[in-house]
Design a protein around this ligand. Sequence first.
Ligand SMILES: Cc1cc2nc3c(=O)[nH]c(=O)nc-3n(C[C@H](O)[C@H](O)[C@H](O)COP(=O)(O)O)c2cc1C
Length: 457
Amino acid sequence: MELELQQFAWAGAAISAWAALTLGIYIRTQFQRRDAEPAEVPVDDTSEPATLVLWASQTGFAEDLALRTGRALRDAGVNTRILPLATITNDQIVGTKAALIIASTTGEGDAPDGADRFLQRDLPALQGLEYALLALGDSSYVNYCGFGHKLDRLLRAKGAHPLTDMIEVDNGDVGALHHWQQQLWLFGGSRAEPDWAPPEYGAWRLVRRDHLNPGSAGKPAYHIRLEPQGDLPNWIPGAIAEIYPGPAEPILTGGEAPTLPHREYSIASLPGDGGIELVIRLRHLEDGTYGLGSGWLCNEAPIGAAIGMRLRANSGFAPPADDVPMILIGNGTGIAGLRAHIKARPAGTRNWLIFGERNSAHDSLLGTEIAEWIASGHLERCDLVFSRDGEGPRYVADQIDVAQDEILTWVMAGGAIYVCGSLSGMAGDVDTTLARILDREILDDLVDQGRYRRDVY
Ligand SMILES: Cc1cc2nc3c(=O)[nH]c(=O)nc-3n(C[C@H](O)[C@H](O)[C@H](O)COP(=O)(O)O)c2cc1C
């Protein structure tokens, strides 16, 4: 079913100074209240100074490694506090023994959302602090481990002492992780811990592959469904599927070690759907071949094929409480991550979808389902923005600009903003527009409060 761009009511007037001021005060007050609560209570109530494990994560891997690191230290009896780098305060550092920092890089050498504020904060307690740094990255990016390097420079400049050289982890490299694990004994960890290994792939089956955009001027996108060969695991919206991008029988049943790097996709379904659903666009490479993961799932794997997949929680894109109004923003295959959230929201919750694609005639990804959500009131408001339809705002950032008064109203009502989709051309423009409407500092506060979350790629 085709959908027309929904008419939006707009107040017409520019945002008044009054609204911006009130919003600032409102969000700051909330921020202070939240900030006063400890992010995590240490498990052991000893007088021994705590060792900090700090993480900066965009899609959950650094956070996951921080939890493993913290657990390994606690198992060895070390008083450990695991905290996000983004919100660490000077008081939380004062009197601590050492800091183990795990930080990924996102964008083009950028800090994960909110974490760059650490670089700007006045933290005299860093002087003399001993630390170790694990930098996660992917060497196919120009700014390999860019944020890790930035952090390392800053820590040294502020007088902190590295106990070891920074360890770079290229695309989850197991050897580098073992290296980190071995260094934990310097911080009181045990040398007897078994080696960390990535979780094993579970056995799934490809049961459906529906072409979502026939006739599109863009590349084909598919709605893919996988069902488990054993028990269905549990997950919550935001979770990520790690797919083995090739024939999986040898690793699932033949005991062979995986030879290909995994590929990650936002999960579009809920456990109640009985399977994992993904929305994937077939990526065409310059040499005429297809992307590794998208080529396997969209083109090569026959229906019925065994698929190796493991799930990873992503607390950075975890759902808000039901009473929090939710603004969901995205484009293209970003509908996947948004769909899981929309489906999980109970009836009666306030949800606003702002979604962009090319042509309404061919690119209304999941258009029938979106129409049903509108009809049932599950979406209180829906703005579909088609860049090539030639009328109205062209991109989601333009629509946000047009609807800025209502965005403000939703945020002032305690709303949260979730963005899923492409980093270049969407998430960056959305971020700039939101910062202009709300003020950059307020947007940063929303990040700290978990009310501005992104799953962008
Ligand atoms: C959108 C995106 C941008 C990325 N940009 C970079 C980069 O500029 N440099 C780099 O070394 N790694 C980059 N990476 C790789 C991540 O750092 C790597 O996947 C890391 O394991 C993610 O950890 P996290 O889940 O804790 O965020 C990028 C990953 C994504 C998804």
